[in-house]
Design a protein around this ligand. Structure first.
Ligand SMILES: Cc1cc2nc3c(=O)[nH]c(=O)nc-3n(C[C@H](O)[C@H](O)[C@H](O)COP(=O)(O)OP(=O)(O)OC[C@H]3O[C@@H](n4cnc5c(N)ncnc54)[C@H](O)[C@@H]3O)c2cc1C
Ligand code: SF4
Length: 351
């Protein structure tokens, strides 16, 4: 049980990814006692897994370092390896319960639980888990970081890479109709990284639509075509299978040219979509943080215009990618907005 000083407000933040770290920093700067909780041993969430970031190829550890320095304060306590599974409220006080029986009390709660990546095994036609040369965008970041090895032996001269967009997104069969928003620009970022690493290689991107929504993204897409000669093919990949020379064979339809395409590749990268990390369930006045069921949706804010950072219950806030696919700059801004709302709540400016 955490100790409470009645003069100081306490906030519990569930999730120490970019959103949770940013909210912890801002709230601690405003004399709030922060209890930051993560189911992992380290802070950083998904940012910790990425090599370089779109849109400007910055090493991710540069941003991570700044966010981690932000929480080096006396009024922030980090609880690691603690998965929060239950939140309840009584007499204006929140109580959080973790899987291993820890109880944490606070005056307000911020949910910053982020996302998981779509399980690519569900798209059996691409052979993920069967052919080692089929990897996800998340796996490729780990290869770029040198934590995993390349799934081929070639020195790179004639290598051929395929990148498939919309894996587990915009797909009724997977129950996910939404666009995961950041995977088109992630595909462009990773295609450029591949060309930087293997300048003689050919990189194909198979897309449905190119959705380059953010500042600098369209320019990056242009650069991918003009400077790096990345081949963008509008069309869906139907299947991947082994080729006679132990590589991968993929079948696709080029929907712009209206003709089928058959290619031999050394590696296929699946742009897996974002799915929520938790779903919320109300039961006996408590909120349960469950593993989301197949096809379940992100956490819904109280009002998508006016209360984007609020859950329906007063004193319970939501921030970052737990509300839907978002980039790191977006979740950092969102976390700052959420922090202002928490301070307003403590100052009785909002209910
Ligand atoms: C392949 C890929 C590449 C990307 N590359 C970029 C990029 O280059 N640039 C960019 O701007 N964006 C990129 N993004 C998006 C970026 O990863 C997200 O915007 C960002 O991670 C969201 O931050 P978050 O804090 O909301 O969530 P997360 O990063 O998911 O962090 C959530 C944290 O909550 C914790 N948590 C979850 N549930 C619980 C629980 N019940 N109890 C306790 N802790 C819990 C998790 O362990 C995690 O640490 C990429 C996304 C993908 C999929
Ligand atoms: S961002 Fe691009 S790849 Fe991702 S779901 Fe949307 S259209 Fe598909």
């Amino acid at each position: 049980m955490s100790q409470k000083n009645n003069n100081i407000k306490q906030v519990a933040i569930i999730g120490a990814g970019p959103a949770g770290l940013q909210a912890a920093t801002v709230l601690s700067q405003n004399q709030v006692q922060v209890l930051l909780i993560d189911k992992q041993a380290k802070t950083g969430g998904h940012l910790e897994k990425w090599s370089h970031l779109f849109p400007d190829s910055r090493p991710s550890n540069e941003i991570l370092k700044v966010l981690q320095q932000g929480i080096q304060k006396e009024n922030i306590q980090f609880f690691k390896n603690k998965r929060v599974s239950k939140i309840s409220k009584s007499n204006g006080q929140w109580e959080l319960g973790t899987d291993d029986g820890l109880v944490i009390n606070s005056d307000a709660v911020v949910i910053a639980t982020g996302f998981n990546t779509f399980d690519a095994h569900q798209k059996e036609e691409y052979g993920y888990g069967i052919y080692p040369a089929v990897v996800t965008s998340e796996n490729l970041e780990s290869i770029f970081k040198g934590e995993t090895t390349w799934p081929f032996n070639s020195s790179g001269k004639d290598l051929r890479f395929g990148i498939v967009h919309c894996v587990g997104s915009r797909d009724a069969k997977c129950g996910n109709l939404y666009c995961s928003k950041v995977c088109c620009v992630t595909a462009v970022k990773q295609a450029i990284e591949l060309k930087k690493k293997f300048p003689g290689a050919t990189v194909y991107c198979f897309y449905m639509d190119m959705r380059m929504f953010g500042t600098g993204y369209e320019e990056l897409y242009q650069e991918a075509q003009t400077k790096y000669n990345i081949q963008f093919i509008r069309g869906r990949l139907s299947e991947a299978s082994p080729s006679q020379d132990n590589r991968l064979q993929v079948k696709a339809e080029d929907t712009l040219l209206g003709r089928p395409a058959k290619l031999t590749l050394d590696m296929l990268v699946l742009m897996v979509g974002m799915i929520p990390a938790v779903s919320l369930e109300m039961k006996n006045d408590a909120v349960y943080l469950n593993q989301p069921a197949y096809g379940s949706s992100f956490i819904t804010p109280d009002d998508v215009f006016l209360k984007m950072n609020h859950h329906q219950q007063a004193g319970l806030f939501i921030t970052g990618a737990c509300k839907g696919p978002a980039s790191i700059p977006e979740v950092l801004q969102d976390a700052k907005a959420t922090s202002i709302e928490v301070l307003n709540y403590f100052n009785n400016k909002i209910k």
